[in-house]
Design a protein around this ligand. Structure first.
Ligand code: BYC
Ligand code: FE
Ligand code: FE
Length: 489
């Protein structure tokens, strides 16, 4: 895998002369410009207190979106994170775009908020916006234990881009939702991940990301929910939301890369160390850990944890909220315009796995109610393809172990399977069997303590912690010993 710059959306001319970089002609809307300029210091205050702990004066080799460069949409240069040019970037407007699905299918896409759907639309934007700063908060302390400067830089790249995604949603709220939009934009800065009194909105965003394996799992699994949700919102009949999300998706590709390549490098290092030590049995955890690497069964447990937490982010499989949002033309399906059907789903059905008569079986549901179930299916397929690529590492080393995704009903707290006890193979268990076995499937306190114990920082250029292999190539083709982060003097 190489670090590639995704295909540029056409004609994203960014005005960097303004205090807030933008390609939405911010200067022509004085009311909005004032609102955003009032929000900007509050954002910076949030970044300084809840963004990466330390490193704020370090020079970080970051990618910044500029859009005018014909070879790509981004430039790489050293930046101090608080000086990152966060701004408002929308994908180019498509002339004559129509609403692609739902009851308004074929009507011109909305350039202003459709009054009858105002509340529903605002809720979607607020929930999307809330996840972005939440992830930065969750990853706040990881810099201290980075396995290399390369990884440190990637963490910070992800963090500044998630913060820019927050800007994207704050812009929509302030431009299109008046006074309560401004209040919601402020509230995005005042909730806190994991806080008992004012938590972030969705479950997974209140979990901890205490170690780097968790970070790679998060960017593989949870950022991938981001990708699926953004793809669905990129179809929206509300054109400013669609264009915002389309641009965010170009940044999201890097987050997928960080997660997938990060876990692959951990697997590679473990397999390599096992081979050097002549260990054939991946389940000989004691001997593998004695090598200072992460045993494969623990990696599987982390997969089980992050996958199940992330599946809950899709909401209930059968959802009238999702049906209403689709019908209204606000949130579509994954790659809506490539689906060959009526895009209204008036008579269609969709197969959904459900718990009926004491067992799990497929039921044909009205497709409109099964919008979340379908997106979940698309997500599972997308994540599964990545897992298949991970397993090539074990093939390369002749190690007899497969990473697998647990059954979709495993350890769910939201939706059709909430409250059931289901093992990773999809077998229903009673309470006693679950209590007896669940420690085999989920990271124990001891496993987590082992991972934390490995997290000794490595700040020397070109050097890597002993539990992770170096990447195949550098960022922007930089050499192996490139100093991606130059610490403050
Ligand atoms: N935790 O009909 P339901 C990303 C609530 S990640 C807590 O089941 P619906 C990123 C739900 O709010 C992508 N509450 O579901 C990744 C509702 O409450 P109300 C984020 C939950 O509405 C990494 C009630 O349960 N973007 O970008 O069809 C790093 C019943 O709702 C949860 C979006 O999610 C939960 N897990 O679908 C950085 C897109 N699940 O209203 C960033 C916008 C459900 O009855 N959001 N509830 O009080 C949506 O499209 C939908 O709100 C959801 C839920 C898909 C989240
Ligand atoms: Fe994001
Ligand atoms: Fe992301």
């Amino acid at each position: 895998m190489n670090e590639t710059i995704p295909e540029a959306p056409p004609r994203v001319e960014v005005n960097y002369a303004d205090r807030i970089p933008n390609n939405v002609d911010l200067a022509s809307d004085r009311r909005l410009q004032r609102a955003m300029e009032r929000w900007q210091p509050d954002f910076l205050e949030w970044w300084r207190s809840m963004g990466p702990d330390g490193f704020q004066e370090a020079d970080v080799y970051l990618r910044t979106a500029v859009g005018a460069d014909p070879k790509g949409w981004a430039v790489f240069d050293y930046v101090k994170m608080p000086d990152y040019r966060w701004g408002i970037l929308l994908a180019a407007k498509e002339e004559g775009r129509v609403i692609p699905f739902g009851r308004h299918r074929g009507e011109p896409a909305w350039q202003e908020v459709p009054g009858e759907y105002r509340a529903m639309l605002k809720r979607l934007i607020v929930i999307q916006g809330d996840t972005e700063p939440a992830s930065v908060e969750q990853q706040r302390f990881l810099g201290r234990t980075c396995p290399s400067l390369y990884d440190l830089r990637n963490l910070f790249q992800v963090n500044v881009e998630e913060a820019r995604h927050l800007w994207a949603m704050a812009y929509l709220l302030q431009k299109y939702f008046g006074k309560d939009g401004r209040e919601e934009a402020e509230a995005l800065l005042s909730r806190r991940s994991g806080d008992a009194d004012r938590p972030r909105i969705l479950g997974a965003f209140n979990e901890e990301t205490p170690d780097w394996l968790s970070f790679f799992m998060f960017t593989f699994f949870t950022d991938r929910d981001g990708k699926m949700q953004l793809e669905s919102l990129a179809q929206s009949g509300f054109d400013p939301l669609a264009r915002s999300c389309r641009f965010m998706l170009t940044e999201e590709a890097h987050h997928m890369f960080v997660g997938e390549s990060g876990v692959a490098r951990v697997l590679r290092r473990t397999c390599e160390a096992m081979r050097e030590a002549g260990i054939d049995d991946p389940h000989d955890i004691e001997r593998v850990r004695a090598l200072g690497v992460i045993d494969l069964p623990t990696i599987q447990k982390k997969v089980n944890f992050h996958y199940s937490v992330t599946l809950d982010l899709f909401g209930a499989e059968i959802s009238t909220n999702a049906a209403n949002a689709f019908n209204a033309g606000l949130k579509g399906r994954y790659r809506e315009t490539r689906i060959d059907d009526d895009h209204q789903l008036l008579d269609a059905t969709y197969p959904v796995l459900e718990y009926v008569d004491g067992r799990l079986q497929e039921v044909q549901e009205p497709a409109l109610n099964a919008i979340n179930a379908r997106l979940l299916d698309d997500y599972i397929a997308d994540a599964g393809a990545g897992v298949k690529r991970w397993n090539r590492v074990m093939d390369d080393y002749g190690v007899d172990f497969r990473i697998t995704l647990p059954h979709r009903a495993f350890r769910r707290a939201v939706g059709l399977f909430a409250g059931l006890h289901v093992d990773p193979d999809g077998n229903l268990l009673d309470e006693a069997a679950w209590q007896a076995r669940s420690a085999d499937w989920l990271p124990s306190d001891e496993d987590n303590a082992y991972l934390l114990g490995l997290m000794e920082p490595v700040f020397e250029p070109g050097k890597y912690a002993g539990w992770i292999a170096p990447p195949k190539s550098g960022i922007n083709r930089k050499p192996g010993d490139f100093e991606y982060v130059i610490m403050e003097a």
